[in-house]
Write a protein that binds this ligand. Structure first.
Ligand code: NAD
Length: 436
């Protein structure tokens, strides 16, 4: 059979048949798949460097760091710990069952579906897949059609390196995803926006399939008056303008008091120049907007405040300058939805209380960041707000810690993954009791 012409129902049936043979269950099969994936990334990394340049203008260094290197680290971490994570865990038994033993063990779920977005089109497809394979499942992966070059590379390479009867790549957009979602999976892992997240969850209901939804939203940054503003600006700019701001956990907007805002503005302009030079359009390190639709959406947000730096773009090449906006009204367009692009608005608040109120008045963010020297402020933010993750003094970095769960809460998603949390997500923790 030619898998390219396969219908979704046949793909799922083929993978389910493989799963039923028990082939994916032994740890050796799982680690072999992970090692082969690692080989793919090392031997064919150049194909991804090229495709990510074509899709998003990513520099080779950025691809190495945020796509290939990130994924290889996740593989290595999983290979190092998998046997330990899978060990059955004994549970104490009550007295009336004297002599019995009890434990929990992780069972693979079966056939899982991973639907990936376009912004880190390799990392966000491969990292969940690593977890699904490590947990002993067969996997259907659906790359984003909005990163077509990377989708094509993954569709070509994955079946070549991995067990093609247990891992299938289905390319395509809405019709293909809709057809896939009509099938019965044992878990669906979706990364993308909340609108499609709802479509995925509604489809999953038909089969009572559990879902993980890795969504987005506006991730705020609180800057305290005691923070070192040159450090703040350097770290904020690096986190915000990576991948031209198209990062789910990118700092979305800054909340700070008016005096700190005034001092932060020139510091941010300097930080942008330090990263990308006086003309970021000429910098090989600065990415491009994924398509014209997003370019137009973002361009319409540029007059939501006073331009501190940037503020211009070139539609033909989808270049949008790293932009900082000051004096931004919370009611302005840039503050209504996740920006998902290189625009950083600064909104002023009187103090920490107002900042906490501002955050809690809105959807629970995927990440909350704060720059402060004050332990009390850190503790208050941790205790009085809810977000998928909390980054103190360094945006983005929490998701590179494989021992931390990565995921959202409320509108920013449900469930989490990375490292051992991926095993939890893609397994059933079975309770076992053996009479004495
Ligand atoms: P996208 O448009 O690439 O969509 C993601 C997937 O959904 C694609 O595979 C696409 O084919 C599929 N899809 C789109 N419309 C569909 C429909 N009507 N029915 C069925 N499937 C459909 O990606 P996106 O949503 O533009 O990605 C950006 C969003 O993702 C942002 O909100 C961002 O914050 C979020 N995001 C979250 C994470 C995270 O890890 N939490 C990571 C990256 C992006």
């Amino acid at each position: 059979m030619n898998p390219i012409q396969e219908q979704p129902a046949d793909t799922v049936a083929r993978l389910r048949a493989t799963f039923r043979t028990g082939r994916t269950k032994p740890v050796e099969w799982r680690t072999t798949q992970l090692r082969r994936l690692r080989e793919m990334l090392t031997e064919r990394g150049a194909d991804l460097v090229e495709s990510l340049r074509a899709d998003l203008g990513k520099s080779p260094a950025e691809v190495q760091r945020t796509e290939i290197g990130f994924t290889v680290r996740e593989i290595d971490h999983t290979l190092d710990h998998l046997a330990q994570w899978l060990r059955p865990e004994p549970a104490p038994v009550p007295e009336h069952l004297g002599g019995a033993t009890a434990w929990t063990q992780y069972d693979p779920l079966g056939v899982v579906l991973v639907i990936a977005p376009w912004n880190y089109p390799a990392q966000l497809l491969l990292t969940p897949m690593i977890g699904a394979l490590a947990a002993g499942n067969a996997v259907v992966v659906k790359p984003s059609e909005l990163a077509p070059a990377t989708s094509a590379v993954l569709a070509r390479l994955l079946p070549e390196y991995l067990d093609a009867d247990a891992v299938a790549v289905v390319e395509g957009g809405i019709p293909e995803t809709t057809a896939l979602l009509a099938e019965r999976f044992d878990h669906i892992f979706y990364t993308g926006n909340g609108t499609v997240g709802r479509i995925v969850m509604a489809a999953a209901v038909q089969h009572l399939t559990p879902v993980t939804l890795e969504l987005g939203g506006k991730s705020p940054v609180f800057v305290d008056r005691d923070a070192d503003l040159d450090t703040v600006a350097a770290r904020l700019a690096a986190g915000k303008f990576l991948n031209a701001g198209q990062t789910c956990v990118a700092p979305d907007y800054v909340l700070t008091d008016p005096e700190t805002a005034r001092a932060l503005e020139p510091a941010l302009a300097r930080a942008v120049e330090a990263l990308y030079g006086a003309d970021p359009q000429a910098s090989a390190e600065y990415g491009r907007i994924v398509n014209e639709r997003h370019f137009d959406r973002l361009s319409a947000l540029l007059d939501s405040g006073r331009v501190v730096t940037g503020g211009r773009g070139d539609r033909a090449t989808k270049y949008l300058a790293p932009t900082v906006l000051a004096d931004v009204d919370p009611k302005s367009p840039v503050m209504q939805e996740e920006i998902f692009g290189p625009i950083l608005p600064i909104v002023t608040v009187a103090d920490l209380d107002e900042a906490i109120g501002f955050i809690n008045d809105r959807d629970k963010p995927l990440a909350l960041y704060a720059f402060t020297e004050s332990t009390t402020t850190r503790e208050r933010l941790a205790a009085e707000t809810s977000s998928g993750g909390l980054g103190l003094g360094l945006p983005l970095a929490h998701l590179t810690v494989s021992d931390l769960p990565f995921g959202g809460v409320g509108e920013s998603g449900m469930g989490n993954y990375h490292g051992r949390y991926s095993i939890e997500t893609f397994s059933h923790r079975k309770a076992v009791l053996a009479a004495g």
